[in-house]
Design a protein around this ligand. Structure first.
Ligand code: ZN
Length: 166
């Protein structure tokens, strides 16, 4: 079953000149409490920071597509040129501290079955499109271990892989 896909384009992208070699799993809060005291919806937060990502996977399993996979998005620093990324959205409003606690909470994980299902489907589409497989999927933490923890220990890699394969 194809998930519901919503288009919300961002202006933060550039032409891609390199081959896509990896697919990146991210997580971020649905609402980000920024240091300036403003609560930004996830999509608006990346815009505000002049970052971008190819797609967002919402808790209900719907997907927001923001940047074409043919274009480079700004989600993984020095890996942007060779990668495609998706944000798994953690429900609620979070500052950095509560967000990091939430994505580490294996007892009460923030991710939904609907998210694994449609996120797995989406990653499979990208893998097929670019001739990649599951081992080309990286976490943001693997790419930036000193700065980033997402998608966190509460992200169930086994369920995600199952969804990818089915
Ligand atoms: Zn990330």
């Amino acid at each position: 079953m194809t998930p519901e896909i919503i288009q919300k384009s961002s202006i933060y992208h550039r032409d891609r000149h390199q081959t896509v070699e990896m697919l990146v799993v991210h997580a971020m809060a649905e609402w980000v409490k920024d240091e300036d005291g403003v609560n930004y919806y996830c999509v608006d937060y990346l815009n505000h920071k002049k970052y971008s990502v190819h797609a967002y996977c919402l808790p209900d399993g719907s997907i927001i597509e923001s940047i074409s996979q043919e274009e480079v998005a700004y989600h993984a620093a020095e890996f942007n040129n060779q990668s495609i990324g998706m944000e798994f959205i953690v429900p609620g409003a979070h500052n950095l501290e509560t967000f990091l606690a939430r994505i580490a909470d294996r007892q009460n994980p923030p991710f939904t079955q609907a998210q694994y299902k449609s996120g797995g489907w989406w990653f499979k589409q990208q893998a097929e499109k670019f001739g990649l497989n599951f081992q080309h999927i990286k976490t943001h933490r693997q790419l930036a271990p000193d700065r980033k923890q997402d998608p966190g220990d509460a992200f169930d890699w086994r369920i995600f892989k199952e969804a990818f394969e089915n």
